[in-house]
Design a protein around this ligand. Structure first.
Ligand code: M6R
Length: 596
């Protein structure tokens, strides 16, 4: 899961590609590289590190109107200079950047390339050496690339340069996303529209196994067999200000504070002309009609799915199972007679989810995707899509997507069956206001992060019932960006073993939003306190006591995750800030996880 961008046109390409890559850093940031073509040949600058590090090694004096760039999340080979993209064939004629994973690289090396010296440990180098091999055997370049595409198994978005033809970028795609950006006097290629939006908002979307040839004046798209394809371009609906940080020091902070606005936008987007909740009848009918909903998701989206199960079962009376996508693929549960698959994914690109989607589609089951990204792979390949309308989420650490997912799930649920009669828009409007007031308390969160977490190695979030699911998400936020080892725990389960980890001053944060479990969780707080824990309570006004540190205005109990998570997001943010962590780009991670 890397990002690629390419440009051919009339402007010096360096800044176009570097700024494009910066917009793709969410896809990985272990190493980066750029290839610039000019009369001297192909100039390559690459190394481990971020785009800002790449900037410092690119030679200012190299002028070029054709180039390709790459930002990498390492899969094959450690992030060092040699393993950074672009990679070149042994004769240096072909230069290539790649997003994806080639599964049969060892077979291909053995079959075709046993006499070739490989420089890197990457699977990618196999592709570029294979193109060279087929060209050396007499194939024309286009044929050699298509031949290579037919040999490689796995996922790829490729951008390829041929030193002998400095007027063309070749590109190809399978499973990894790729768009061609249409300009006047220039054209582009990129993993996503954000990398190109400052230059163009018109794009072609490539399908799997398509091959593309780009010059500054033309974009020609072909099947893997060489047949030309007529494609309709589309206009991307992205506002440049949505992808800038603006006044905020970090995207994460911006995205936390956008949540009240996102909830209001969701209300707006899911209203009919009379202002009532509305979702396409076909979707509602299919959810009503199924005998069980299977929610498939990963990470934060999985945590939203756990809350979704509560909503679907308690409000809509619909049996629901939530399964981590990477587990479902290899360990499918016994399915009910008429299942409906509900995929939750901010990016809509998560490979683990896609594998499940491919599998269940083959079995003939219906699918619905809840995603933030219109036109994303999961959205395109599912029967139905419900959009989050949260605007681009750039920080690796997901915040506004989580609350948007729960809000959309809550609307879906109440439309399927509203057994406990919730006026969902009234409740969500109230929640947006409560979120806003929570966002006014940043000094408190900063202070609590400092008092409880500075210098700590580990932390626990504890809760029961729906609060337990919020604890899982709160713990993921904290560990993901501050690197404090944090566990979300069912409060009642702690005493069955894990309480052994409580030491003097171990931070234990309890989330209590449900009347039914208030006293039980409070007993668990006493138990850990007696063993030295430094306890902090996040609770609702109606359940609060004088000593609770964070007290939230009351909202509907079933929807409390939407507000309970806000202060946990802030606490994670300030804990990471105080430890000097790279908040928007935590180590070892990427925003969009397109490898299994
Ligand atoms: O794009 P998705 O929602 O499918 O991504 C799933 C997870 O990779 C993602 O939620 C991840 O856990 C977040 N970075 C956590 O903040």
């Amino acid at each position: 899961m890397c990002g690629i961008v390419g440009y051919i046109g009339y402007e010096d390409v360096k800044e176009i590609i570097l700024s494009g890559l910066e917009k793709l850093e969410y896809r990985g940031y272990d190493s980066a590289g750029i290839a610039l073509v000019n009369e001297d040949g192909v100039n390559i600058f690459k190394d481990k590190g971020r785009i800002k590090d790449l900037r410092s090694i690119v030679d200012e004096n190299v002028k070029s109107y054709l180039g390709i760039g790459h930002t990498r999340w390492a899969t094959h080979g450690v992030p060092n200079r040699i393993n950074s993209h672009p990679h070149q064939s042994c004769s240096k004629r072909f230069t290539l950047v790649h997003n994806g994973i080639i599964e049969n690289e060892v077979d291909l090396r053995n079959k075709y390339l046993s006499d070739v010296h490989f420089e890197s440990d990457t699977d990618t180098e196999t592709i570029v050496q294979l193109i060279q091999k087929f060209v050396d055997e007499g194939e024309a370049v286009e044929l050699a690339i298509r031949h290579t595409m037919s040999e490689i198994q796995g996922s790829y978005a490729l951008a390829i340069l041929d030193k002998d033809d400095p007027n063309t970028i070749y590109a190809a795609k399978n499973k990894s996303p790729l768009l061609a950006g249409i300009g006047e006097g220039f054209n582009m290629i990129g993993s996503d529209a954000m990398a190109m939006i400052s230059r163009t908002n018109m794009f072609y979307e490539l399908e799997d196994k398509e091959f593309i040839k780009i010059t500054k004046d033309s974009i020609d798209i072909y099947t893997i067999y060489g047949a030309k394809i007529d494609k309709k371009p589309f206009k991307a609906d992205i506002d440049l200000s949505d992808i800038e940080k603006g006044i905020y020091p970090h995207y994460m902070l911006k995205e936390i504070e956008e949540q009240p606005f996102v909830i209001r936008k969701i209300i707006n987007q899911y209203s009919n002309e009379n202002g009532y909740p509305y979702i396409e009848k076909e979707i509602i009918d299919d959810v009503k009609d199924c005998d069980k909903v299977y929610i498939i998701a990963c990470g934060t989206s999985y945590h939203a799915g756990l809350v979704g199960k509560q909503l679907l079962e308690k409000i809509a009376n619909k049996p629901t199972e939530v399964i981590i996508a990477s587990e479902f693929v290899y360990n499918m549960p016994l399915l009910s007679k008429k299942p409906l698959f509900l995929f939750i994914s901010q990016s809509g690109e998560t490979a683990d989810c896609r594998s499940v989607l491919v599998k269940i589609k083959k079995m003939g089951y219906k699918s619905l995707t809840i995603t933030n990204v219109k036109g994303s792979t999961l959205s395109r390949e599912s029967d139905y899509t419900l959009l989050l309308h949260a605007g681009p989420e750039i920080a690796v650490c997901s915040t506004k997507a989580y609350t948007a997912q729960i809000a959309v799930l809550s609307i879906l649920t109440t439309l399927v069956n509203n057994t406990i009669s919730i006026d969902i828009f009234k409740e969500l409007s109230k929640i947006a206001n409560v979120m806003e007031s929570l966002c006014d308390n940043v000094d408190l969160y900063r202070k609590l992060a400092e008092d409880y977490l500075l210098g700590q190695r580990s932390c626990f979030y504890i809760g029961r019932h729906i609060d337990y699911f919020v604890c899982l998400e709160a713990a993921l936020k904290l560990k993901e960006i501050s690197y404090i080892q944090t566990e979300g725990f069912a409060a009642g389960e702690l005493k069955h073993g894990t309480i052994a980890l409580i030491e003097d001053r171990t931070p234990v944060i309890a989330i209590i939003t449900q009347e039914a479990i208030n006293l039980n969780t409070r007993s668990n707080i006493k138990e850990v306190k007696a063993r030295g824990a430094n306890t902090l309570v996040i609770t609702m006004k109606k359940l609060s006591t004088e000593t609770d540190q964070i007290v939230i205005d009351d909202v509907h109990e079933m929807l409390s995750p939407l507000v309970a998570i806000i202060s946990a997001q802030y606490i994670a943010y300030y804990a990471a800030l105080q430890r000097g962590c790279d908040i928007d780009k935590p180590r070892n991670l990427a925003k969009s996880v397109t490898v299994e």
